[in-house]
Design a protein around this ligand. Structure first.
Ligand SMILES: C[S@@+](CC[C@H](N)C(=O)[O-])C[C@H]1O[C@@H](n2cnc3c(N)ncnc32)[C@H](O)[C@@H]1O
Length: 425
């Protein structure tokens, strides 16, 4: 029996094995959800999970998953799959200069491997926008995600005729929402080939081919960059002679430049691609010394490292680092601050609540129980050889980092939404 014909049988056996959770699952077809599907209902849970693991668009061969995950784990001192509550010690092993340098050096392989491994999990469990957002009571999860994106549109004055650059665009969820909302034309760049492949497919399926497009590239070396000893085009990237110098009116990044090995270089490349006076806005992942993050506190360090390990990050910056990098890259910083500063006000639902969440019909896959069910499903599918070897290691890593994200959010020592607005001088 081949994997595809085994799926219904596997689905049936797992439906029994995972009890009440699976009773809600209803097979709805195995095509990818191009609608910007939320991953936020019980409906089609198992079918979507099986689809995720038997994905025909994947650029990573089945026999490469375990090796890719192993190479990734090596960059983090083999600590993947642990969190601050289950044995990840705040010993700073991932924060030593040698460890950070190793990831800075290998950033392209690290990020590319990471997104080869997790993109389907993200889309399955979250939605096509791979970011967090501040959320008011009464707002649904998806409303809050879109509001964070529309906020950038409004601060960047995006409207028809405006050309925008999306720096680190994922599968293009934000880009499509923002193109529809604002009427601007958006070009996104991501280092991951698989994201470009499925992202452009979604743009086409949603009738947005003319206004939203993804290019494979490195935001440290955007099209038209000056190649030298240090800055070279990476394997698999071909800009076909394009030069983006001064091509864009505005640029934004949503939780992407936290992956940069050198923010000054990245922001300088963004500045080069903007017209003079062009605005650049974003949401950065940072630790917050001003709210009590203490680099000498072992628990804080364990949380920070847990976040880095589970998210493909060289090392987390501070707000001061981000502002300094923007200034060094030739921007005037007009505004900056934590969009989650009021996360614990009685009027808000904390940004991490979806990961911590109580049992609810919406957003089930993101909750602890939902993740545990997904992990059980993934492990069973790996055991049955439907899912490639190594998939459950990825799932364990994502579960571990979710716990550290929640802890960092509860203690207010970390935010994924440090907003900035800057102007190219
Ligand atoms: C957390 S995801 C956010 C994606 C998107 N902004 C969103 O909100 O859906 C980070 C993105 O940054 C991209 N990225 C990381 N390092 C990159 C690099 N050096 N060059 C281009 N893209 C990069 C990843 O491939 C991924 O698409």
């Amino acid at each position: 029996m081949d994997a595809a014909s085994a799926l219904p049988a596997v689905a049936a056996s797992l439906a029994g094995a995972t009890g009440a959770y699976m009773l809600y699952s209803k097979r709805r077809g195995l095509d990818r959800d191009a609608s910007g599907g939320t991953g936020a209902s019980f409906d089609g849970q198992l079918a979507a999970g099986v689809n995720m693991l038997a994905n025909k668009d994947s650029v990573l061969r089945r026999d490469q998953v375990a090796g890719s995950m192993g190479a990734y784990a090596d960059l983090f001192e083999g600590k993947t799959g642990k969190h601050s509550g289950n044995g990840l010690e705040g010993d700073g092993a991932v924060t030593t200069q040698a460890s950070i340098d190793k990831r800075r050096e290998g950033y392209r392989t690290m990020v590319n491997n990471f997104y080869d491994l997790v993109t389907d999990f993200y889309e399955y469990g979250w939605c096509q926008s791979f970011h967090f957002a501040p959320r008011y009571k009464g707002e649904t999860f998806l409303e809050s995600i879109k509001r964070a994106e529309y906020y950038l549109c409004s601060r960047l004055n995006m409207k028809p005729g405006v050309k925008a650059l999306d720096v680190g665009c994922g599968v293009g969820g934000p880009m499509r929402n923002m193109a529809v909302f604002s009427g601007a034309t958006i070009e996104g760049i991501t280092i991951n080939e698989y994201q470009v492949k499925v992202g452009n497919k979604y743009c086409e399926q949603q009738g947005l081919k003319a206004t939203a497009h993804l290019t494979r590239g490195d935001f440290q070396n955007l099209p038209g960059f000056q190649a030298d000893e240090k800055h070279k085009l990476w394997e698999g990237i071909d800009y076909r002679g394009q030069d983006w110098t001064a091509r864009f009116d505005v640029a934004y990044e949503i939780e992407a430049t936290c992956h940069s090995p050198d923010k000054v270089r990245c922001f300088s490349e963004v500045a080069r691609c903007l017209k003079k006076g062009g605005l650049f806005a974003g949401y950065e992942w940072v630790v917050l010394p001003e709210r009590g993050y203490d680099a000498k506190n072992a628990r804080h360090v364990a949380i920070k490292e847990g976040i880095e390990i589970g998210n493909g990050l060289p090392t987390l910056a501070t707000p001061a680092d981000v502002v300094a990098a923007l200034e060094a890259a030739g921007f005037e910083v007009l505004e900056h601050g934590d969009a989650n500063a009021n996360a614990h006000a009685p009027t808000e639902i904390p940004w991490y609540d979806t990961l911590d969440g109580k049992m609810s019909l919406s957003g089930f896959r993101m909750t602890r129980l939902g993740r545990a069910c997904t992990h059980a499903m993934v492990s069973s599918l790996e055991f049955l050889r439907v899912a490639p070897k190594g998939t459950s290691h990825v799932s364990a890593m994502l579960n571990a980092t979710a716990i550290d994200l929640v802890e960092g959010g509860k203690d207010e020592i970390f935010t994924p939404s440090y907003f900035f607005l800057a102007r190219k001088k």
